[in-house]
Design a protein around this ligand. Structure first.
Ligand SMILES: [Zn+2]
Length: 276
């Protein structure tokens, strides 16, 4: 069932890409040509790329993550509590930045991010959940459809003396509408790409950033535990998956791809088993 749905999704993307007139591979934005390149990717290959990514990650030198105490002395204003909150935020920003630099060095990352973004697009994760944005978008679409309908009727009813003009109007309006749809898609893709990288980051390193996976609170200024459960992860030692349900769905898909890749590697290593 899942296989069929997936196949259909890929085929749809492929067909729409094939019929598109713009098949140049553009460096600065994902184009239809990228869809065709990516259509050759199956779950097993994506799983292989994820495995390579994890291996690269494991082998890489991790930067030491900064704690809020690192930034506290530089803050001179505000109450102690305010300073602590700000120092935590600064540490978080700093660590994200360091993580970004590290991720940028992983060679398997662009493939994994592209595939995860495609999958998120297929699941509609790029569309804003904000009701105002959503209704604005459907209003624009309804308006566009009305406009094109009116211009098509004008072409149909045009006499020979003004047919060229009516045709030209329809062509330029169609281009305008297509550009709006492409802009929407680019916006959705941007959202999906951001979600994909957040989930990839989590998938690579799932330990709690505060207790580093030790599950306990650390006594300020020391490396000793005080025996109480970490306040951030409530003693699980794990960081929270980003983007809730969508994040869980993507991470589950990563695991599934990895499983497929492992199964396919297994089949290649034990060819005799298949015949038995
Ligand atoms: Zn923790």
């Amino acid at each position: 069932m899942l296989m069929n749905d997936e196949k259909r999704g890929i085929e749809e993307a492929y067909t729409s890409a094939m019929t598109s007139s713009n098949l140049r591979v553009e460096a600065d934005r994902p184009s239809d040509a990228d869809v065709i390149i990516a259509a050759g990717w199956n779950q097993s290959r994506i799983g292989g790329a994820l495995l390579r990514l994890h291996t690269e990650w494991d082998a890489s030198e991790k930067p030491r993550m900064a704690s809020f105490e690192h930034f506290l002395p530089s803050l001179k204003t505000g109450t102690p509590k305010e300073r602590k909150v700000r120092a935590h935020a600064m540490a978080h920003q700093h660590n994200l930045h360091e993580m970004g630099i590290l991720l940028g060095k992983l060679k398997a990352l662009p493939d994994v991010r592209r595939e995860a973004t495609m999958q998120a697009m297929k699941w509609g994760m790029g569309q804003s959940m904000d009701p105002i944005t959503r209704s604005e978008r459907s209003e624009v679409r309804a308006h566009d459809a009305q406009m094109l309908k009116r211009l098509r009727e004008a072409v149909a009813n045009a006499g020979p003396e003004c047919l060229d003009d009516r045709n030209a109007e329809l062509v330029s309006a169609t281009e305008e509408v297509n550009a709006r749809r492409r802009a929407e898609e680019a916006e959705d893709r941007e959202h999906c790409s951001e979600k994909a990288i957040a989930v990839i980051r989590w998938w690579l390193s799932q330990s709690c950033p505060v207790c580093q996976g030790t599950k306990f609170q650390v006594v300020e200024g020391t490396h000793r535990h005080n025996g109480k459960a970490c306040g951030k992860c409530h003693g699980t030692g794990c960081s929270e998956i980003p983007h809730d349900q969508e994040g869980r769905r993507l991470a589950g898909w990563f695991d599934q791809c990895v499983e497929r890749a492992r199964a396919s590697i297994g089949r290649r290593l034990r060819p005799g088993r298949m015949e038995a």
